[in-house]
Design a protein around this ligand. Structure first.
Ligand code: BGC
Ligand code: ZN
Length: 367
């Protein structure tokens, strides 16, 4: 079986590897599910693993199969599987349990261990191959009605978790009626978070570098009834003067400088969620006294959010379905750059560098 893999630690090592086809009984007690891989999405994480910024091979291997955004169809199920059946479209969560209490209760996205196990990212092979097997507990059914959105449930699960964190943390206030949200970044997480917050009725401003003119990302933002703000035309301070300070900021640019800059605009009692994974060692200077003072006097909250458990996949899928009804045809515009077949792994990596590529995904097989 072919697989797109890298040699962790070796920059630009993407290649085609050979794996044995997995078997149902690789999972004990009849809980295995065999999935035929149809499509797999890739994102900045895959690019950074190929740049050798992070990523680890599974024990006993010198390569790591990439891919953590699965869309597949169930081909075979073990005798005790109840959650999915043959012919169902599925995706699969990314992180697998470690040893902490959070891992034991289905919340490995909150593991308190420094070592984490993620398919296609860290210590476990990913989905960019022909078949995969996993335990039914990690399978998430994708309703036929959103089959057109294929690989988006995984990135949506991360957006859904970030939004869930907003409301969980703000229960501290007893009463809270957010009105204005800023989302920084118009990549997949920024756009999908825009959808989540628009479905909750907020006035959403999605802020990014690209000019408005002829910009698909801006079209999608506006398709969701949000406002696209190009920082080439309006900076954060000008926007704040127009809209008032935001109650929520969801940061998804990939830039720590912007993450810190946003700390200067949040409202009193506001909440900011950081979702960017910033490799490298960039340093910037920040007005630390001013920020410290305003955050204390304003009871502001900052929370980091990574990964997602199966509940977030379900929440995200619910919002994707609702999005199809309320904003029909908008979300699928995110799926911009298909790559045909596992053999074209170099094209996949090249497309990840293309700034107009909103979502690169590999068409692995037909049904
Ligand atoms: C994935 C998450 C993962 C994170 C950190 C993201 O690209 O979508 O599932 O937890 O990278 O590895
Ligand atoms: Zn990802």
């Amino acid at each position: 079986m072919k697989a797109i893999a890298v040699k962790p630690g070796q920059p630009n090592s993407v290649h085609l590897a050979e794996l044995d086809k997995p078997k149902l009984d690789d999972v004990p007690n009849g809980h295995g599910v065999l999935v035929k891989v149809l499509k797999v999405g890739v994102d900045a994480t895959d690019r950074e693993i190929n740049d050798a910024e992070y990523g680890e091979a599974p024990p006993g291997y010198d390569f790591l199969t990439l891919g953590h955004e699965l869309f597949g169809i169930v081909e075979e199920v073990g005798s005790n599987v109840r959650k999915v059946k043959v012919g169902d479209y599925v995706t699969c969560t990314v992180r697998r349990p470690g040893k902490t209490i959070f891992d034991q209760i289905g919340r490995s996205d909150f593991t308190s261990d420094e070592t984490y196990y993620e398919r296609g990212i860290c210590l476990l092979h990913g989905y960019l191959t022909e078949h995969i097997v996993d335990t039914e507990e990690f399978m998430v059914k994708v309703p036929d009605a959103i089959k057109n959105l294929s690989v988006l449930p995984e990135p949506m699960s991360c957006a859904a978790k970030a939004v869930e964190q907003v409301y969980e943390v703000q229960r501290r206030l007893r009463v809270w009626e957010p009105r204005v949200a800023y989302i920084t970044g118009s990549g997949q997480i920024g756009l999908l978070a825009t959808l989540c917050l628009r479905l909750r009725g907020l006035e959403v401003y999605t802020i990014a570098r690209g000019a408005r003119e002829g910009n698909l990302k801006a079209d999608i933002v506006e398709g969701y009834g949000a406002t696209y703000v190009s920082t080439q035309e309006t900076d954060l301070d000008q926007l704040m003067n127009q809209t008032g300070k935001p109650d929520i900021v969801i940061e998804a640019t990939g830039s720590s400088a912007i993450a810190f800059k946003c700390m200067e605009v949040l409202s009193h009692n506001g909440i900011m969620v950081w979702t960017s994974i910033t490799g490298g060692d960039k340093n910037i200077e920040v007005p630390s006294n001013k920020i410290n003072l305003e955050w204390v006097l304003g009871n502001k909250a900052l929370v980091g959010s990574v990964n997602a458990n199966f509940r977030h996949f379900e929440m995200g899928i619910n919002d994707l379905i609702k999005g199809e009804v309320v904003f029909p045809g908008v979300t699928e515009k995110i799926l911009t750059h298909p790559v045909s077949g596992l053999d074209n792994y170099q094209e996949m990596m090249d497309k990840l560098l293309d700034s107009s590529a909103l979502k690169v995904f590999v068409d692995v097989a037909d049904e």
